[in-house]
Write a protein that binds this ligand. Structure first.
Ligand code: ADP
Length: 668
């Protein structure tokens, strides 16, 4: 019946061509990293069967035309070829079933629960078909031009094809909504080809090319099967895991934040209640002090979060000024001492004598860096000592500071060392549960140190203590530049009229209280409209503090409207809790004269009042260049520098120890 072509040569050529291109497809397919999913397994089988089928069909052409010499081989090859068609068709039926019903839970559940029965029926049907193929009559035709086989055995192979047609057609019709139609393209092509083949068969059985047809179907399937790339899956898996990890870290952070924020809040709410109900002035004072402390704590937490978000958004700015380093270190020491409180810890400080009197750098960030590390030393040490040493190498145009903070605290396990600089991560969570912290301090510290071009290193022995070393480069004071020194005089603003614009009454109250310390004449407006009205009614103010987030008319809009009023030239200062973005520049860019963040810092407020009310009383003072005897060489900070600094520090420490011992002996 089939195995036909118009000539042996054309038939064999078509198979050889199919074989070549299909082997290429197979190589590409098998070389590709694949997941072991159902689609891939089925497709692999079809590919393998297809290649075998192509060889068998090639054999059929040859042996049918030479069957006199190869009677048995011809019989075997032809029946094997028919077997291939049956097996290929059965594999396709399974695949077809899967594609049609994969999204239909009812059917898949039913099939899964009756899996054994279906397997038995399926295998029985397959064996029956194969049995029929083997025992049925098979005839061969070859007339020098056409070659094909025919008989009952060839008709049997149409059974699975018909079954596939039937099941497929009905199932697609019933289940059309749930089917991924793209996956059915190869089936439609197959049905089309088989339909055509049936018609042609009656015209001339010699015009059938079975394997090239099936090859075409298998080839099309290559583009329609779900064949996820392993690499892509791995990448997606990695991205998923990273996202999950970040999500977990965020949830942990939120829960720890909520705890951290609640702790000072609890003190603030509870103690404020006590203040409200108490008549004892001393007790009220004490409670108010604690409220201030808890509020500062809370502010520190919020600032930590802001710092991290600023660092991540690349919005942290380096603000360099002249400063006295030793004074700064002493200030930090005082803070650390109060934090030590009742703990039996000796705080031993040593600041090298060759540290210049004045340096130029970001004093605020330097303070934050050292305070973070020193506070941790206090937090994680119960007894013993904490050493705070600063030494330096003075070069021609820069100073390399080496800050070492050593403690005899609980230390850090080696496997936790890398973790401690990650944000929101805390080593030994169980032990940490009683120690306040957010896991942000060292992440901020490291980012700040790196922003300033320095390095932070940690050595720790678990159970014995830790040593944090910070290397930072600072410049000599800009002697030629005029240094701004703010006069520390208390200036009176008694006659100055201030307008506070805020929609929140409590905020107006707080601002008024803080401003009242400066003996100002305070007025308020609860909206931008009200502020504009006051100005339009010719009320005069010397300064306006403007909230930004107000309903209906924001602070920025109010500012713009006020600026349009004729002869209006009152300084307007943005007063806002929005401390997230590049604050000062952002507000000054839109037209504010200055910026103050909530809660109001008194020193900042004084600076703003001085600037806006008294004109700028920042006095430009001439400073002479720092004459430093320790200038000896110019080199960038390197590992050798670090080694040298370590050596120098060791010498300094030895000298210090010697001196301490000498002093001890003298007193004895
Ligand atoms: P926090 O102290 O708020 O938890 P940090 O980022 O400052 O966050 O520190 C991260 C972790 O590093 C801490 O939770 C602590 O486990 C560990 N750590 C930091 N400094 C020390 C230290 N001096 N001794 C022991 N452990 C420390």
């Amino acid at each position: 019946m089939f195995l036909g072509c118009d000539s042996v040569i054309i038939g064999m050529t078509s198979i050889v061509v199919s074989l070549i291109y299909f082997i290429i497809v197979a190589i590409i397919y098998f070389k590709k990293e694949r997941t072991k999913n159902f689609d891939n397994k089925m497709y692999s089988l079809l590919v393998i069967f297809n290649i075998i089928g192509l060889f068998l069909e090639l054999g059929c052409y040859y042996y049918v035309s030479h069957r006199e010499s190869y009677l048995i081989i011809n019989e075997i090859v032809n029946r094997l070829f028919l077997t291939y068609i049956v097996v290929w068709s059965f594999t396709l039926i399974i695949y077809e079933f899967k594609v049609i019903y994969e999204n239909n839970k009812k059917v898949t559940n039913y099939l899964n629960s009756h899996k054994k029965l279906f397997n038995v029926v399926f295998i029985a049907f397959l064996l029956l078909t194969l049995g029929l193929v083997m025992i049925s009559d098979l005839q061969y035709f070859y007339d020098g031009k056409f070659v094909y086989s025919y008989g009952d055995a060839t008709n049997v192979v149409f059974i699975p094809c018909m079954v596939s047609f039937l099941i497929g057609g009905i199932s697609i019709f019933i289940n059309k909504k749930n089917i991924n139609m793209k996956k059915l393209i190869p089936f439609f092509v197959l049905f089309l080809i088989l339909g055509l083949a049936l018609v042609i068969r009656f015209v001339n059985p010699g015009y059938l090319y079975i394997t090239p047809m099936l090859t075409l179907v298998t080839f099309i399937m290559f583009f329609t099967i779900e064949n996820p790339d392993v690499k892509m899956i791995n990448q997606l898996e990695y991205a998923k895991n990273t996202a999950e990890k970040a999500n977990r870290a965020k949830s942990d952070f939120l829960s720890s934040m909520s705890h951290e924020i609640r702790t000072p809040l609890n003190a603030i709410v509870g103690l404020s209640e006590c203040i409200k109900n108490s008549d004892d002035i001393e007790e009220i004072h004490e409670d108010a002090n604690d409220v201030v402390m808890a509020s500062n704590n809370l502010l520190e937490i919020v600032n930590g979060i802001l710092d991290i978000s600023k660092i991540e958004a690349d919005k942290m700015e380096i603000i360099e000024t002249n400063y006295n380093p030793v004074e700064l270190f002493e200030e930090i020491t005082t803070i650390a001492k109060t934090r030590i409180g009742e703990k039996e810890i000796d705080l031993i400080c040593h600041f090298a004598e060759d540290i210049p009197n004045t340096l130029y750098g970001d004093k605020g960030k330097l303070k934050q860096i050292i305070t973070n590390v020193l506070s941790n030393a206090v937090k994680y040490t119960e007894e013993g000592h904490i050493k705070f040493n600063v030494s330096c190498i003075n070069e021609r145009d820069k100073i390399n500071l080496q800050i070492i903070i050593t403690d005899t605290g609980r230390g850090i396990k080696p496997d936790q060392i890398d973790k401690i600089f990650n944000k929101f991560e805390r080593a030994e969570e169980d032990k940490n549960s009683t120690i306040e912290g957010t896991g942000l301090g060292l992440a901020i510290t490291k980012s700040l140190v790196e922003m300033m071009g320095g390095k932070i290193l940690v050595h720790s022995t678990y159970g014995e203590g830790s040593k944090f070393t910070i290397f930072l480069e600072q410049k000599y004071s800009k002697g030629e530049e005029k240094t701004k020194v703010v006069k520390d005089e208390r200036v009176s603003y008694r006659d100055k009229r201030v307008l506070v614009v805020d929609d929140n009454k409590l905020n107006i109250k707080v601002a008024s209280k803080v401003l009242s310390e400066f003996e100002l004449n305070i007025h308020s407006a609860d909206s931008g409209f009200s502020a504009i009205e006051k100005i339009e009614n010719n009320e005069h103010y010397d300064i306006i503090f403007m909230d930004i987030m107000m309903p209906k008319m924001s602070g920025v809009e109010t500012l713009k409207k006020l600026k349009q009023i004729d002869n209006f030239n009152t300084p307007i200062v943005a007063l806002t809790a929005d401390a997230m973005e590049g604050k000062s520049t952002k507000y000054i860019e839109v037209g504010f004269n200055d910026y103050l963040s909530k809660p109001i810092n008194k020193e900042e407020l004084k600076r703003v009042l001085d600037k806006c009310l008294n004109g700028n009383i920042e006095i430009e003072e001439e400073k002479t260049p720092e004459e430093d005897p320790h200038i000896h060489r110019v080199i960038p900070i390197t590992d050798e520098d670090i080694e040298m600094l370590n050596k120098k520090l060791a010498e300094d420490l030895a000298k210090q120890k010697e001196q301490e011992e000498r002093e001890k002996n003298n007193t004895n």
